[in-house]
Write a protein that binds this ligand. Sequence first.
Ligand SMILES: Nc1ncnc2c1ncn2[C@@H]1O[C@H](COP(=O)(O)OP(=O)(O)OP(=O)(O)O)[C@@H](O)[C@H]1O
Ligand SMILES: [Mg+2]
Length: 307
Amino acid sequence: MPGSDDFELGRTAGGGGASSLREQEWPNPAAGAFDGVEPRPGSPKPDPILVATSVSRTFGGLRAVDVDHVEVQRGAITALIGPNGAGKTTFFNLLTGFDHPDTGTVTFDGQLASGRAPYELATKGMVRTFQLTKVLAKMSVLDNMMLAAQAQTGESMWKGLLRSWRGQERAVRTRALEVLDQFNMTHMQDEFAGALSGGQRKLLEMARSLMADPKLVMLDEPMAGVNPALTQSLLGHVKRLRAEGITVMFVEHDMDVVRDISDWVVVMAEGVVIAEGPPDSIGRNQAVIDAYLGSSSAALREGTDGD
Ligand SMILES: Nc1ncnc2c1ncn2[C@@H]1O[C@H](COP(=O)(O)OP(=O)(O)OP(=O)(O)O)[C@@H](O)[C@H]1O
Ligand SMILES: [Mg+2]
């Protein structure tokens, strides 16, 4: 059925190469990066690309985020987990410039990031995707990709026109087609983004984020609502990003996904970072178990049963 994730699975976005992607083992340049890193909130990392210090955000009387210190290791995949309402999306917004902290600072690649606009951060190499995808339904897949390049660099159409728009457009188109090809979405380039399934839109959103040649990709629930086959494909793409040297931080509820792809896990509850550690042992952390008790803890327990 068109629009469903099961549609034409053999050639679905990410599906054409999905089986090969799944079988392909991407090297993990972050293997060993956390040896010797203490599994506790705020622990220093050998080479942090993103550092948040004393970052807080209050809505009315609610302190949604109150993070003392977090360091995100360069080149690794870091998962941000926690029960519903823990403050994960709010923290993501603060890290990526979509919201500004009441207190504290964020540095990205050694430069002050807090207070900067998302497009400024994108030009410096930090991009994000959203929990609900933001692709433009009435534009083609290719146009969505090309627009992302423009939006992410903050380049106005006028500036582009003044500076050899044609030449630039050609370069952007070439890059867009190259990224679509990596995601096995070339055959979808002329389709309306609105005609894609939810999972395919998630893939497109991830592909769009790569138009800015990022150093750090921030993904908010990239697998939510995606069928298992496409999830495997998305996971393969995330591992490929890491293999290419890109740092990934992502919010996720599914502990199987977290254990599959992350090198390090940061756990939030009630706005605070309550635990950090490697994915294999984080589910045994008492503070994490307590935070999930009474909330949707089933996934967490299931994900750790096999240990
Ligand atoms: N713009 C806002 N105005 C008021 N309260 C907000 C706002 N954004 C978030 N909150 C509140 O802040 C808290 C943290 O919300 P947030 O969306 O960051 O949680 P989350 O960890 O991403 O949850 P989920 O897993 O459900 O996506 C919640 O209590 C939420 O209701
Ligand atoms: Mg959220």
